[in-house]
Write a protein that binds this ligand. Structure first.
Ligand code: BGC
Length: 706
């Protein structure tokens, strides 16, 4: 092992904990130490009872604390005591552009994890959305590293306030599900440093994250969980990270490499715990003198220090709790601010509660629950309010709400004895999921479309709620394109043909193609998997109880081939994938090469209007701030997010035309109210234009900084 964490400059407290850990270490047998560095159950390591060392208990993450599984199998225990608060997914949280809400989300998750007796919560996922087709995008924040890290840091801090470790994942360049166990990522150093690593760097440096999960994929020829370059050179040496690295479940491939790497704990999906690479095979190699025991000592020391930091071995640990009304209130606050109003012509929205006496709701997603899907991020939610329920409870009994599904799915859910996670190491770990055409379902859909269109022609108010579900937004799958499934395009066209005021609403975790009908639609609303209160939040936005303030944290392309990774033919790649687009990810590509998105990064409308005035660049304590007045000149209260993009005056070839470097959300501004907003701008600003706007393509001012 090249790097010894004793080489760090540690604080006094850190040194004290390390000394205590080393004392404890001396009392441990090799077997006991080995037990602490690999899974002894699916979600926990072995403790050492005789010395009062507990096992380390982990749970997914990131939308709530996952249900309990049997210790040795992926069957849920099936009790009634593991329902939890279901939080909005990270894409939803990112749409709020609200750091305080990110912290609150972390706090809820940390308190619930502790309440459920966990030590490590396996989140947040901070991987960059390199393609809109990645099946796990709903678990991630954004295509932009700055937005991702600005929200991930308070989130992690919030979790860790509760004596629980966050586990930032998946380190690193884990941006697709296809062949996820074996795909080897080639990415240039600049893109790695400026796009894919910043959120991990800030998690370490600013949030003080206690644990990091390595990724399944390879980077530059090495498996991430046993990588010299990633774990040793970058994470330990360069960043000085001194805490615990956990493998993804089944991401370790070699005893010697893993032992000699900076990985501390090996986890996997199978129940042959003693045969894990860092279990008996490692013990035997140490006994034969092939691997030094010192490498295990270092790992165990770090684990013991972590346990002390979390107060796992003293009586001062916070107890946490779960399912409190306060947690549900927080989930609701996030959901409210996550709804993105994409288009709203003729002020079709908000609906008036007083005027809507009859409402037709069309679309399966109006009554579909999503919590219990998507892979390891699944949640056993205490409840989940659907859009249909949200609207009906808001309107009450004096309005007539008629629901028809409008479409059905293609396939019945496969019934299998094996959980997906149990078989998740097969076939490269993931694939692009194609759905077979199902003639029966097509016939049924035609009937449902006719029914819906006939009704829509007779209703003044029609709300369509469609989009995706976790058959599409799912761990282990990538989508093959951005098309709406289940012939929803046809249905939407037919609804708009008979009722041009139909409000089009989507629930989903990643963007969809809208080109075939978008011009005809006056109003389009985007809601993510927005947690247990998602349906209530959406209803409040539709009926104007809340003014929408969500902004897109990713580009909504017209079609997936407008995204750089696809345009250059490098998604999902083969056994290797070359991130040849370099820095040109998301809007960085579209803006530089003038490719029109359907809805741009940072876009999101309001029911009111904000006037930007008096922008100035201010320097305080060596930091740069853009200040400007934002006045609500409309008639309803609302919030606005001021975004600052920097653009080099002498742009290099590899440089995008603009990059997000600051943002600030206003408080709730009443009509006529003005707030002086101060936006901290990250990084050097010499010879740069500072572009201040309401989205990446709605720039209100440009300040030159010479
Ligand atoms: C996922 C991780 C998750 C782990 C444990 C893996 O399949 O990639 O994100 O935390 O399983 O469920």
């Amino acid at each position: 092992m090249k790097w010894n964490s004793a080489d760090y400059m540690r604080g006094e407290r850190e040194m004290e904990l390390r000394k205590q850990a080393e004392e404890l270490l001396r009392k441990l047998t090799l077997e006991e130490k080995i037990g602490m560095i690999h899974g002894a159950q699916l979600f926990q390591t072995a403790g050492v009872e005789r010395l009062g060392i507990p096992p380390l208990k982990m749970s997914d993450g990131p939308m709530g604390v996952r249900q309990e599984f049997l210790p040795c199998g992926w069957q849920p225990v099936g009790r009634s005591d593991d329902y939890v608060t279901y939080l909005p997914c990270n894409s939803a949280l990112a749409s709020t552009w609200n750091r305080e809400l990110a912290k609150e989300t972390g706090r809820v998750l940390g308190e619930e994890a502790r309440g459920r007796g966990k030590d490590v919560i396996l989140g947040p996922g901070v991987n960059i959305k390199r393609s809109p087709l990645c099946g796990r995008n709903f678990e991630y924040f954004s295509e932009d590293p700055y937005l991702t890290k600005e929200l991930a840091v308070p989130y992690i801090q919030g979790v860790q306030e509760w004596d629980v470790a966050a586990c930032v994942k998946h380190f690193a360049a884990n941006n697709q599900e296809t062949e996820r166990l074996w795909v080897d990522v080639e990415v240039d150093e600049q893109a790695l440093r400026e796009i894919y690593l910043p959120a991990f760097y800030d998690a370490v440096k600013k949030a003080g994250v206690h644990t990091i999960m390595g990724a399944y994929n390879l980077l530059k020829g090495e498996h991430c969980c046993q990588s010299e370059y990633l774990l040793n050179d970058i994470l330990r040496k360069e960043w000085g990270y001194d805490s615990v690295v956990i493998s993804d479940w089944g991401a370790v491939h070699d005893t010697e490499k893993a032992a000699n790497s900076q990985l501390d704990i090996e986890m996997s999906v199978t129940d042959n715990f003693d045969e894990y690479f860092m279990a008996n095979p490692l013990k035997e190699k140490i006994e034969k003198g092939e691997i030094s025991e010192a490498v295990v000592d270092e790992k165990v020391t770090r684990i013991l220090v972590l346990m002390m930091k979390l107060h796992m071995m003293d009586s001062s640990r916070k107890s946490g709790t779960y399912n409190t009304p306060e947690h549900r209130r927080k989930a609701m606050e996030v959901a409210r601010e996550s709804v993105v109003l994409l288009k709203n012509e003729e002020n079709i929205l908000p609906f008036s509660k007083e005027k809507v006496k009859k409402l037709l709701i069309v679309g399966e997603n109006a009554e579909c629950v999503h919590a219990n899907g998507g892979g390891s991020a699944e949640i056993k939610a205490l409840y989940e309010i659907t859009p249909l329920m949200g609207v009906k409870t808001l309107l009450g009994g004096n309005a007539e709400v008629k629901f028809v599904p409008g479409y059905v799915r293609d396939e019945k859910k496969e019934e299998s004895d094996m959980s997906w996670q149990e078989s998740s190491l097969e076939n490269g770990g993931g694939s692009a999921k194609e759905f077979a055409v199902n003639v029966e379902a097509e016939k049924k859909r035609e009937e449902l479309r006719n029914e819906a269109a006939e009704l829509a022609s007779r209703y003044e108010h029609v709300l369509f709620v469609g989009g995706l579900n976790h058959e599409y937004d799912s761990e282990g799958n990538d989508r093959v394109d951005m098309k709406l499934p289940y012939e929803q395009d046809k249905l939407i066209e037919e609804l708009l043909a008979v009722n041009p005021n139909t409000v089009i609403t989507f629930v989903g975790g990643s963007p969809v193609e809208m080109g075939s009908w978008l011009e005809k639609a006056k109003t389009v609303v985007w809601s993510w998997y927005a947690g247990m209160e998602g349906g209530n939040a959406l209803a409040e936005v539709l009926f104007g109880a809340v003014t929408p303030s969500g902004k897109l944290p990713e580009t909504f392309y017209k079609k997936h081939t407008d995204c750089s990774a696809h345009a250059i033919g490098e998604f999902p790649g083969g056994s290797k994938v070359h991130y040849a687009e370099g820095m040109f990810v998301g809007y960085r590509y579209n803006d530089t090469f003038q490719i029109e998105p359907e809805f741009c990064f940072g876009h999101g409308l309001s029911y009111t209007t904000f006037l930007y005035e008096n922008p100035v660049l201010v320097q305080k304590n060596g930091l740069n701030y853009v200040e400007c007045n934002v006045t609500n000149i409309g008639t309803t209260a609302g919030k606005e997010t001021v975004q600052v993009y920097t653009a080099s005056m002498e742009k290099k070839e590899t440089e995008p035309v603009q990059e997000l470097k600051g943002f600030e959300k206003t408080k709730l501004l009443l009509p006529g109210e003005c707030q002086r907003v101060s936006v901290l701008v990250e990084g050097m600003i010499e010879k740069k234009n500072l572009r201040i706007g309401s989205s990446s393509r709605d720039i209100r001012f440009v300040i030159e900084s010479r």
